[in-house]
Design a protein around this ligand. Structure first.
Ligand code: CO8
Length: 260
């Protein structure tokens, strides 16, 4: 499949997958999600000698600034649920991939971008990275697993604060709170990611695959939470507040929420 929004660069078994829509802050539009789905379901598993994947964003400002808000205006309850379910399925492919997937978070990781980073096995942030789940500013909730994975990484106390306030945290806060593994200057982060993949590649591949499987199993009792998130996301996409929130973003003004 020829990719439009993904750049692939594989050297010595280490594959750098770059989300490439820098003018839109690498926002996850439908095409990007379909390409990610194809990449993790068909392309990556067939690559011989693959040691691991480093997922990053093009440009200097953003890893991924979220789902593409410009596609949101057409959503209603059912379409919102379907879109959230499809996105969660793609992110499960990443979380369950049998080789390490490292998010190199090189800027804003907001909404679906924070969720994407959390679906990766490890996260390395550059010093300018910012993390957050700002969906409440749009009158919706996270739909790509954010309500579940943020709690898994941060615990309920800090996750609740971030999810309810929509606040962003710095890379250093993300490190202190346990959301990322390392914070490094931009010039050093890629080398660190490659070194970690190189180290893991020296271990038994079955052991690595089974370790990933077992780590994921620890959280499987939370899958009801993911279902709940899909339904709740759909309910929020059916509201007037959501249409107002998305329109306000596009029109670059503050949203006027009414609770309907
Ligand atoms: N979607 C679409 N376009 C975006 C997005 C986005 N998420 N983020 C930024 N852009 C675009 C802007 O519209 C702008 O485009 P244009 O030049 O055409 O106006 C361009 O990127 C640059 O953005 P800014 O001018 O706003 O740049 P700033 O440096 O001033 O601000 C921010 C950067 C802080 C990242 C700001 O752009 C921002 O707040 N973006 C939105 C962040 C956000 O709310 N993300 C959450 C989205 S909702 C979500 O992810 C839900 C996931 C689950 C979905 C489930 C199924 C639908």
């Amino acid at each position: 499949m020829p990719y439009t929004n993904l750049l692939i660069d594989e050297q010595d078994g280490i594959l750098i997958l770059t989300l490439n829509r820098p003018k839109a802050m690498n926002a996850l539009n439908t095409k990007t999600m379909l390409e990610l789905q194809h990449f993790f379901a068909e392309d990556a598993p067939a690559r011989e000698g693959l040691k691991g994947i480093i997922l990053t964003g093009a440009g200097e400002k953003a890893f991924v600034a979220g789902a593409d808000i410009k596609e949101f205006l057409a959503l209603d309850t059912q379409k919102g649920q379907d879109m959230a379910q499809r996105g969660q399925d793609v992110f499960f492919l990443i979380e369950r991939f049998h080789k390490p997937v490292i998010a190199l978070v090189n800027g804003f990781a907001l909404g679906g971008g924070c969720e994407l980073s959390m679906a990766c096995h490890l996260r390395i942030a550059t010093e300018n990275a910012r993390f957050g789940q700002p969906e409440v500013n749009l009158g919706i909730i996270p739909g790509y697993g954010g309500t579940q994975r943020l709690i898994q990484y941060l615990g309920k106390t800090k996750a609740t604060e971030l999810l309810l306030t929509g606040d962003m945290i710095t890379a250093d806060q993300a490190l202190a709170w346990g959301l990322v593994n390392y914070v490094l200057p931009a010039g050093e982060a890629m080398d660190k990611a490659k070194a970690i993949i190189g180290k893991i590649a020296k271990k038994g591949p079955v052991a690595i695959a089974k370790t990933i499987e077992a780590i994921n199993a620890y959280f499987q009792h939370d899958e009801d939470g993911f279902d709940r998130e899909v339904k709740a996301f759909g309910q929020t996409t059916g509201t007037e507040d959501f249409k107002e929130g998305a329109a306000a973003f596009i029109e670059k003004r503050s949203a006027n929420f009414t609770g309907r």
